[in-house]
Write a protein that binds this ligand. Structure first.
Ligand code: CS2
Length: 537
């Protein structure tokens, strides 16, 4: 399904504060004096995700009259591309919320966001980033750097002091490169300058993200200066938060579509679904804007919301992503239009995930689940399953493995969860069912590739032994017998930095082996059918 919009007659002029009058009617735009804004928020990791929630909600607060000190300074920690796209637009960009109407036609609501005042590129000028954190205007330093940006061990949640960026940053106070390095050296400058504390606000998809960030910052600061660590611990705030909005990567087609809709050319618009849930613990060290006007909710404890979101939205997303990449379903809506996959996800949520969730008064979980499947089915997003499949080693623990642990602790079966985990492990072979190759994008890609090879060798060996013991068995192919798959799963789930002690739980390893065997011998469709033989026709 395509969004239909007539292209402008001439190449459109570039989005810019001087050209807001040229915006098409109905496109929301900054209605406050941008020049009066100061950057009270420094945001590290200025990807599409932050631009689609933090900045959009903050924009609503500014429209509602929030104090002018709540502009945003964005920081890209690696690439120059966001800055290169947005600088000629003086930081303006479009947020296009996409959905489908009752007839299934795509609809788009566009708004130009004005609260992003500047974008710094950390590797070009680390000093400027440190100065910003240590600026008197700064009151919140927020972070969306994805799971791997915390330089932690995914299974234990401890700072990885051997991480090359952390090793580098501990000796480079003036030119760090990791998020944690920037935060600690920036806070050190603040303290030295006699400035007050700030709130460090993690907005990443990690459980207790505020506590995690606090742990990383204090572990790093402790290596540097005990006094600094004590000051941070006693005066800075680290609220936990949960953000839920699906934000696919922007494509050139999206750029053209937004240009046609707004009448100006935007080099990097952001697309998102209309749905937004942003829940934040109300612990701020130096004030905050009233983000409730843009839909945020302040709570005492974010943990139950995080668990709900990570296990349902992200757990189901990851389960869907690996199976879909293998099966050749490239977008999420295409994937959930496959009846067997949709049924699998619905049963995974209802039967295996929901029973592990903490109670949230007033929440109807059946409705939440139905709404989630509808969000996945949004045909206007074209959310790539490959995008979700990235960084599995960092995502598995909180999305699927914690749920597995909760179920095993209650002695409950895990067939759907095991298929999701086996889906990831099977995906690591790097070839889909049609023989197309893809890269494994993961900070642990090398380790995973080595372990995958070892697992294949273990499988081949186990198969040989099984055949010797049983005599030649007609029809059994090397690497696919139950003994082989058990050896394969034992080897892969032995990766302690992802699986922790789960690799030692025979119930888990056996379930993963069985699901993997099913995937390898029957493909995704066969494995889904095998899981629910009575239900999938
Ligand atoms: C997705 C998330 O890419 C992924 O791994 O699961 O980005 C997801 O779209 C968001 O968390 C939704 O809130």
């Amino acid at each position: 399904m395509e969004l239909v919009a007539a292209p402008p007659p001439h190449p459109a002029a570039r989005l810019h504060p001087a050209r807001l009058d040229a915006l098409a009617q109905g496109v929301a735009r900054p209605a406050y004096v941008r020049g009066a804004l100061r950057a009270g928020i420094v945001h590290l990791g200025l990807g599409a995700f932050a631009r689609a929630h933090l900045a959009a909600v903050n924009e609503a607060a500014l429209h509602a009259g929030a104090d002018r000190g709540w502009g945003i300074c964005g920081v890209s920690l690696r690439q120059t591309d966001t800055r290169d796209a947005l600088a000629p637009q003086d930081g303006l960009y479009t947020l296009a919320l996409r959905s489908a109407n009752a007839a299934g036609q795509a609809e788009q609501q566009a708004a130009v966001i004005g609260c992003l005042l500047e974008t710094l590129v950390a590797p070009e000028d680390p000093q400027a980033v440190l100065d910003r954190i240590a600026n008197a205007d700064t009151r919140i330093v927020s972070v969306t750097v994805t799971e791997k940006g915390y330089c932690h061990d995914p299974a234990t949640g401890q700072l990885n002091l051997g991480h090359p960026d952390i090793v580098h940053d501990l000796s480079q106070p003036a030119a760090p490169r990791s998020t944690i390095g920037f935060l600690v050296w920036g806070l050190q400058r603040r303290r030295a300058a006699g400035l007050g504390p700030v709130t460090l606000l993690s907005l990443d998809n990690l459980p207790s993200n505020g506590h995690l960030l606090r742990g990383m910052v204090l572990a790093f600061a402790g290596q540097v200066d005990g006094g600094l660590a004590a000051w941070i611990a006693s005066s800075c705030a680290f609220p936990c938060s949960m953000v839920d909005r699906i934000v696919p990567r922007t494509t050139d087609e999206d750029r053209s579509c937004v240009e046609a809709a707004i009448g100006l050319r935007d080099a990097w618009p952001v697309l998102a679904e209309p749905y937004l849930e942003w829940v934040i613990e109300d612990q701020f060290a130096a004030g905050r804007p009233d983000w409730t006007v843009g839909g945020a909710r302040f709570v005492d404890q974010a943990a139950p919301f995080e668990t709900l979101k990570l296990r349902m939205v992200n757990g189901a997303h990851s389960a869907l992503a690996y199976l879909s990449v293998m099966a050749g379903w490239s977008t999420v809506d295409q994937a959930v239009s496959q009846p067997a996959l949709r049924r699998y996800l619905a049963e995974l949520m209802r039967d295996e995930i929901v029973p592990t969730l903490p109670a949230l008064p007033g929440l109807d979980l059946a409705q939440y689940q139905a709404r989630l499947l509808q969000r996945y089915a949004n045909p206007a997003l074209k959310h790539q399953t490959r995008q979700i499949a990235m960084d599995g080693s960092q995502k598995m623990p909180q999305r699927l493995l914690d749920t597995v642990r909760a179920r095993l602790a209650a002695d409950q079966p895990i067939p759907g969860l095991a298929l999701a985990v086996a889906g990831w492990l099977h995906f690591l072979r790097g070839v889909d069912q049609a023989g197309r190759r893809y890269d494994i994008q993961d900070p642990m890609a090398d380790t995973l590739a080595r372990q995958y090879l070892l697992a294949e060798q273990a499988a081949a060996q186990a198969d040989e032994q099984a055949k010797e013991q049983a005599g030649e068995q007609a029809g059994e192919q090397a690497g696919k017998g139950p003994a082989a798959m058990l050896a394969w799963a034992t080897s892969l789930t032995g990766l302690a930095s992802v699986f922790g002690d789960l690799g030692q739980d025979p119930r888990f390893v056996r379930a993963v082996a069985q699901a993997a065997q099913s995937l390898r011998s029957q493909g995704v469709a066969g494995a889904l059918a095998a899981l629910a033989p009575s239900k999938v026709g």
